[in-house]
Design a protein around this ligand. Structure first.
Ligand SMILES: [Mg+2]
Length: 252
């Protein structure tokens, strides 16, 4: 891997990068399955998470492009899940109850990845500025960062509602850099999605870092995509050294 240019700041994706969102979805979908999906035994709950995260009809993508509402995309995904795993069709009223159950269990399980807090501290101690750019709504992500114990150190700078669309649009990255106060060419973006995070940030002129946690891939990654990745790490603990920041401050 070639050396990366020096950076003054680091922007983070939130879900599955700083926060263990896949595990939180697992918690939420298990709660859903016990009430709505009697054919799914608990041993099969991982299949629900895989299907949910794959989002086969790209409902969440449509939301990040400003083409649909948050509620509409999540209701559509809930019905996709029920169609696949034998649950009832949810009308508006039924979906409200479904979402109450899902969201309470989801929020209950918002935890930071165990490498997140110490690495944020290491970057801040080294004099870098940090912030978050996420494809979810700003207030929702502020609550998530607070719940995960990162809200005091990681400001939520740009959400999908800031501009009305999100990543991979280069303007989302540009706005996040503007709010962070850094030159895009001297700003790293760290995220778990190879296309929306790693490649899109590089295309927007930032330093793209792909956090490829073991077992966390949402989609199959092609050789072409891999070749377009500037830097790949499998734990955030690799980030300080990758960015030339002293590792002494990073607990092992
Ligand atoms: Mg993510």
């Amino acid at each position: 891997m070639t050396a990366l240019p020096p950076v003054d700041g680091v922007l983070f994706d939130i879900d599955d990068t700083l926060v263990a969102t896949r595990e939180a979805f697992g918690h939420a979908l298990s709660a859903v399955a016990r009430r709505y999906l009697p054919a799914v035994a608990p041993e099969r709950d991982d299949e629900l998470v895989t299907s949910w995260r794959a989002d086969a009809h790209d409902q969440y993508g449509a939301y990040t492009r400003g083409e649909t509402t948050y509620r509409a995309q999540r209701m559509a995904r809930a019905n996709d899940l029920h169609a696949e795993f034998g649950g009832p069709v949810l009308d508006d009223e039924a979906y409200d109850a479904w979402d109450d159950l899902f969201d309470a269990a989801f929020r209950d399980a918002w935890l930071a990845h165990d490498d997140a807090s110490e690495v944020v501290d290491a970057l801040l101690d080294a004099g870098l500025v940090v912030g978050a750019l996420s494809n979810a709504a700003t207030a929702y992500q502020v609550a998530k960062l607070e719940r995960a114990g990162l809200g005091d150190r990681v400001p939520m700078l740009v959400g999908v509602d800031t501009l009305g669309y999100g990543k991979p649009d280069p303007r989302a990255f540009a706005e996040a850099c503007r709010r962070l106060g850094t030159d895009p060419a001297r700003t790293a973006y760290v995220g778990d999605d190879v296309v929306l995070d790693a490649i899109a940030s590089r295309d927007a002129g930032l330093v793209g870092v792909w956090i490829d946690r073991p077992g966390d891939r949402r989609h199959t990654v092609t050789d072409e995509q891999l070749a377009a990745v500037q830097a790949r790490i499998t734990s955030l603990r690799e980030l300080p050294a990758l960015l030339g920041v002293s590792q002494e401050t990073v607990a092992r």
